[in-house]
Design a protein around this ligand. Structure first.
Ligand code: ZN
Ligand code: ZN
Ligand code: FE
Length: 760
């Protein structure tokens, strides 16, 4: 056979997330579109394609490969090689070569695609109302994978043999379900069942419809989802939502809700165009949206909060359930507060039967739990508050290649990080490492991720805090290089990493708690930092935290500490609401603890200052959840305030910022009857002015012009927005966190990069 003269041949090598995401059917269809002959095969690191055709067609084909690739594919690397012409008859998908090194990336769990959704509600489709419909463009991935390489036998779908119809789709390169590992139908796949909370099966022909009826009657139902169980109730039913709070021991922390579509969300929340894009993205995170007032949603869903955490359905099961005309369903993680979310059917019955009245479960196992992700649009960017389902295990790119490192994270909102070459893989949200159940989940996640990502770490990075379970884990490991990382250094380096900065920067690290190199508790820190080292150039002056951990839970203790710092024994004559509310006997004990330095560790934390101010102005004396007082102080603030309180700093070996002038100003305002909203607004403005002035001084001292903001306090939108604007006005370059959380959920990334620098 002779080739026409204008024919050429090429080989294309593609790396990235290209397996199990419909890439080969795409390659196949593209070949028939451009009359291309050749073949395609999966390799250890991606896909290899041989193509041959007219020059024009080959070029169009190569262009479309990256420009029109399927929604879940993520090409990290594509190279083209000219080849000699070959005698191809057609275009073939070759069976997989046996992989030698596993370099392929695993896709994240993905919301049901439009094509599948269409079939789901099509009465003529064989998968009409089948709650596990999926294809190569959608469905479960990370949560059902047990090992690599990714094929059905290594997933929880191994228990289901495909029927003839499904098998035919699976084997047809032109089909949307070609090698879709979780492919299934009513005849061969998983199914749902409904139980009451004694474990008795409810006989019904339609478990999902029955569940909708039970929810409408005000019952609480545990529903098995993609990454774990949710607890559901009708969000319009006050009684049901309040009952759910009581039974779950979650008194105040906002519940997430889910609505069928964007129009229904618009009934109770404002949606900006970027927020709509987030809501409808295939990751389907919980998006924090400003409440519309009034609205029909129960007050108990998100008390004293200006936002609703809202998401759209992401599994076919959710779609079927929500199609029964709810404005929104509460869908909160199926656990007792602070414990990991339940994933196993039996485990769910054991742990949730005193919370849920009914259980809607299914028989497709979840291998690895994954909570819903949370995002918020603030200061012109989409910011991940919790990076979990839908976003993992997609890696964060690094500016350079590093050795394989395991970074253990901190304590609250824990995530871990594993590095491979120039990529960092962060785990799903593991949660607060404060109990054995979380610690088990923590170790399981590390084991699992090492296996499926094929990473054998040589270095382990962990927090300086000697008592964290993550530190204990690190200390127990053997034959591995151990590197301790200071908490706030890790925060700043995390932000530097996602912004690809590798020079020295001025870092503002503001949070609640982090162990300092001097054994005190830091949290209001200005660092001059680079990857391998940092110096502490300014911070709030130390005040005692009477009662240690108790002072975190009870902001009134911090209030007394700041007042005593500012006024000494003058405290007793002050006429403040707080001093009328709290028993003076208790206050005396606190003051004595501080004077005698008993269980009163020192702190420079800005998170604690927020708590203290909230208590002084009478917002909240006790935190029911982490950061609650500070959050309510922000929600309350009058944003049109320009006034500030007096502030100053002392220049010694570094800059010390006393809290006294700020506290005095606040007390004076309270006495003059100024409203808490104005005081809060002024407090926020004070911090903004203070730190901009301070950065100006540090710029003069160091010549540095880049300012990096990180730490949990930057979830405060007023402070974040205000600082970015004010710093930019002074011609600073400002860098913040968006890809990974600014709270401790992003700290493992910084730990890994500090360790990489220290080890090199
Ligand atoms: Zn699909
Ligand atoms: Zn089937
Ligand atoms: Fe922190």
């Amino acid at each position: 056979m002779t080739m026409p003269e204008d024919h050429i041949a090429r080989r294309v090598e593609i790396n990235g997330i290209v397996q199990g995401v419909g890439f080969r059917p795409f390659v196949y269809q593209l070949a028939s579109q451009y009359n291309i002959k050749g073949n395609a095969a999966n390799t250890s690191s991606g896909v290899s394609i041989h193509i041959q055709g007219t020059k024009k067609n080959v070029e169009s084909y190569c262009r479309d490969l990256s420009e029109k690739s399927p929604p879940l594919a993520r090409i990290t690397d594509i190279s083209f090689y000219n080849e000699r012409l070959n005698e191809y008859q057609d275009f073939k998908i070759l069976s997989s070569k046996k992989p030698s090194v596993m370099n392929t990336l695993i896709s994240s769990d993905t919301s049901v695609c439009d094509d599948c959704l269409h079939e789901l509600f099509d009465p003529h489709d064989r998968r009409f109302k089948y709650p596990f419909i999926n294809c190569t463009n959608c469905g479960p991935r990370y949560t059902i994978i047990d090992d690599i390489p990714y094929d059905r036998q290594k997933t929880s779908m191994k228990h289901f043999a495909m029927c003839r119809a499904c098998q035919t789709e699976y084997e047809d390169p032109a089909n949307r379900r070609f090698h879709a590992q979780p492919n299934a139908c009513k005849a061969c796949g998983p199914h749902v069942s409904l139980f009451d909370n004694t474990g008795k099966m409810i006989s019904t022909s339609n478990a999902i419809e029955k569940t909708a009826t039970l929810l409408k009657q005000g019952h609480i139902v545990a529903i098995k989802g993609l990454g774990g169980f949710h607890l559901a109730s009708d969000s319009e039913n006050d009684r049901a939502v309040v009952a759910l709070r009581k039974r779950k021991h979650r008194e105040e922390k906002p519940f997430a809700i889910m609505s069928y579509d964007v129009d229904r969300i618009r009934e109770y929340a404002h949606i900006e165009p970027e927020e709509e894009t987030l809501l409808t993205s295939h990751q389907r995170p919980i998006v924090l949206l400003r409440k519309k007032l009034p609205n029909v949603i129960s007050q108990a869903v998100a008390p004293r909060n200006r936002y609703f955490g809202t998401m759209l359905p992401y599994t076919p099961l959710h779609y079927l359930l929500l199609s029964h005309d709810f404005t929104a369903l509460v869908l909160t993680s199926g656990n007792l507060s602070e414990e990991p979310i339940a994933i196993d059917n039996e485990e769910a019955f054991n742990r949730l039967s005193h919370i849920a009245d009914y259980f809607l479960t299914h028989n497709r196992d979840i291998y690895l739990r994954s909570d819903d992700s949370i995002v918020k649009r603030t200061a012109r960017a989409t910011r991940l508050i919790r990076r979990s389902r839908g976003y993992i295990p997609v890696p964060v790119p690094l500016y350079k290649t590093v050795p394989p490192i395991l970074a253990c994270g901190a304590e609250i909102k824990n995530t871990i990080c594993l590095t491979k070459k120039n990529q960092a893989f962060l785990s799903q949200h593991i949660g607060d490492l404060e109990n054995l159940a979380s610690y088990d989940f923590y170790r399981l996640t590390i084991r699992h991720m090492k296996k499926i990502l094929d990473i054998n770490p040589q270095i382990i990075a962990f927090d300086l805090h000697p008592d964290y379970l993550s530190t204990r884990y690190a200390q127990e490991q053997q034959d591995i290089k151990k590197i301790e990382v200071q908490h706030h250094h890790a925060h700043i380096v995390s932000a530097m990493t996602e912004n690809m900065l590798d020079d020295q920067v001025i870092g503002l690290a503001f949070d609640g708690t982090g162990y300092g190199t001097d054994g005190t508790i830091w949290g209001g820190e200005v660092l001059v930092a680079e990857f391998g080292t940092f110096s502490r150039v300014a911070h709030f002056s130390y005040v005692p935290m009477p009662g240690g951990a108790a002072a975190v839970k009870e902001p009134w203790r911090m209030a007394i500490s700041y007042l005593y710092e500012g006024f000494g024994d003058g405290l007793w004559d002050m006429d403040l609401p707080l001093l009328r509310e709290v028993d003076h006997g208790k206050i005396k004990i606190i003051v004595e603890m501080m004077n005698k330095k008993i269980n009163a560790p020192l702190t420079s934390s800005l998170g604690r200052l927020f708590d203290g101010v909230a208590a002084i102005i009478g917002i909240r004396n006790k935190n029911v959840f982490e950061g609650q007082a500070a959050m309510e102080l922000e929600m309350l603030a009058d944003k049109n305030i320009n006034a500030v309180y007096d502030y100053d700093w002392l220049n010694e070996d570094r800059h010390y910022i006393p809290t006294e002038p700020i506290i005095r100003g606040i007390v004076k305002d309270i006495k003059q009857g100024i409203s808490p909203a104005v005081i809060s607004g002024k407090f926020h403005q004070t911090l903004i002015h203070l730190f901009v002035d301070l950065c100006d001084v540090i710029r003069k001292e160091t010549g540095l012009n880049r300012v990096v903001l990180s730490g949990g306090v930057f979830q405060n939108a007023i402070l974040l927005n205000g600082l970015i604007m004010a710093l930019e006005q002074k011609h600073f370059q400002v860098f913040t966190q968006a890809l990974v959380p600014t709270n401790d959920g992003g700290i493992c990334l910084g730990q890994a990069m500090v360790a990489a620098a220290v080890a090199s």
